[in-house]
Design a protein. Structure first.
Length: 118
C-alpha cells in the first residue's frame, strides 16, 4: 500500500495561489491513480481532483475546474495540486490518496491545511 505525506498548505489571500505536494512511499506508486480530497470545517470530505496512473487523464470537481491543476511525477513518487484564484470556500484540510474514490481509501495521511482569507 502507498503511504502519503501532504505538504504545501498555508494561509493565502483570496485570488492567490498555492501548490500542494503529496510525497508517496512504496515501490508501486505508478500503479495507482491518485486523487486529492478536502474537508472543510463542518463538511464531509469531498473529491477535488484525480489523475490516472500515467497522468494522461485528469478529473476535477466542478467547484475547482479551471482553477486547479493536478499533475504527477512518477520518477519522484509525487503528486501535485496547483491551485489558482483561490476562494474563501477553498479553505479546508487537503488530503491525497491512492484512489479516485474515497470509499476505497483504507488510511489517510495527516493532510495539509489551506486557509484562504477574504
Amino acid at each position: 500500500q502507498v503511504q502519503v505525506v501532504e505538504s504545501g498548505g498555508g494561509l493565502v489571500q483570496a485570488g492567490g495561489s498555492l501548490r500542494l505536494s503529496c510525497a508517496a512511499s512504496g515501490r508501486y506508486f505508478s500503479s495507482y491513480a491518485m486523487a486529492w480530497f478536502r474537508r472543510a470545517p463542518g463538511k464531509e470530505r469531498e473529491f477535488v481532483a484525480g489523475i490516472t496512473r500515467s497522468g494522461g487523464t485528469t478529473y476535477y470537481a466542478d467547484s475547482v475546474k479551471g482553477r486547479f491543476n493536478i499533475s504527477r511525477d512518477n520518477t519522484k513518487n509525487t503528486v501535485y495540486l496547483q491551485m489558482y484564484s483561490l476562494k474563501a470556500e477553498d479553505t479546508a484540510v487537503y488530503y491525497c490518496a491512492p484512489n479516485l474514490n474515497q470509499r476505497g481509501v483504507s488510511s489517510w495521511g495527516q493532510g495539509t491545511q489551506v486557509t484562504v482569507s477574504s
